[in-house]
Design a binder for this molecule. Structure first.
Ligand code: PMP
Length: 285
């Protein structure tokens, strides 16, 4: 049985009901987070809650719980659901209105939902135990507010499906200037001559927590140089390595893009060094 949290109470998933007039359902009007917990240890908890609070503020949802309250909810979900490794999904929508009207309603309580689902064990820094990703590419046709982790994900869903339908694990997106933005559900990087290069944060990509942690870890601990600058798709095609990051993937090496091998088509040594550092230091966040 899955135990979930809805509007202040824990209950079986089957008993968790929301109104069809919830603006999350009608408009995708909400903010969410996904936080991994390996053997009960949440990874990046503080940064995830900070990003959620920032997202809620950006879309004008007047709701803020502190880390203590969220941590207690996460702890209860971890304790009451089965699985060594879980991801905690947190979702706050603007709430249930009496009518379907675009303007933000007054005096509506946000809907707060959280649940846990099982995820694979944490990625390991071992090439032999890691499967390289195969990805497709397509033009990024999402909105201009990709820095907000909105529950309105149809643009991302359609881009993910583009790759999935071709048997790919992900889809790397590029803008009208042929510059890589991110993946449909992850941030994207290239490695060239030992340097890790990733697009800078702006309204075209999500400020990934894994991206933040990885760049921070590499700056503090590694001998690996990082550049935050725009990356053309020509550079992506000529890269030695390509990586994707997200909370559940950590650092995923890409070995094939649109049917062509990345570099020599094998998982790279810079990936191994970076995932080794990430594995060693992620518990500090
Ligand atoms: N970009 C997009 C579009 C995402 O959906 C995600 C999360 N799945 C990421 C980047 C990575 O974010 P994080 O590292 O916080 O999981």
């Amino acid at each position: 049985m899955t135990t979930v949290f809805l509007n202040g109470a824990f209950m079986p998933m089957e008993d968790a009901k929301i109104s069809p007039m919830d603006r999350g359902f009608l408009f995708g009007d909400g903010i969410y987070e996904v936080i991994p917990a390996y053997r009960g240890e949440l990874v990046g908890f503080g940064p995830h809650i900070a990003r959620m609070n920032q997202g809620l503020q950006l879309v004008g949802i007047d709701f803020k719980w502190d880390v203590v309250k969220w941590r207690a909810i996460c702890a209860e979900l971890i304790a009451s659901n089965q699985g060594d490794n879980l991801a905690i999904y947190l979702h706050v929508s603007r709430g249930t209105d009496s009518k379907r009207f675009h303007a933000y309603p007054d005096n509506v309580a946000p809907t707060v939902f959280a649940y846990a689902f099982e995820i694979p064990a944490a990625p390991v820094p071992d090439k032999a135990q890691t499967k390289g990703y195969k990805v497709a590419t397509t033009e990024d046709l999402r909105w201009q507010r990709c820095h907000i982790k909105s529950t309105a994900l149809l643009g991302n869903v359609m881009h993910f499906q583009h790759g999935f339908a071709q048997g790919c694990n992900e889809t790397i997106l590029f803008n009208a200037h042929n510059q890589m933005t991110e993946g449909s559900a992850c941030n994207a990087y290239i490695v060239k001559d030992g340097v890790v290069i990733t697009p800078p944060l702006d309204n075209h990509i999500l400020p990934g927590i894994t991206r933040f942690m990885l760049l921070d870890i590499l700056a503090k601990h590694g001998a690996i140089e990082v550049q935050e600058r725009s990356v053309t798709m020509d550079e992506v095609c000529a890269a030695d390595e390509v990586w994707l990051t997200s909370s559940s993937k950590e650092i995923a090496p890409v070995v094939e893009i649109d049917g062509q091998p990345v570099g020599d088509g094998e998982i790279g040594d810079v990936w191994l060094a970076a995932q080794t550092l990430y594995t060693a230091h992620k518990a500090e966040y």
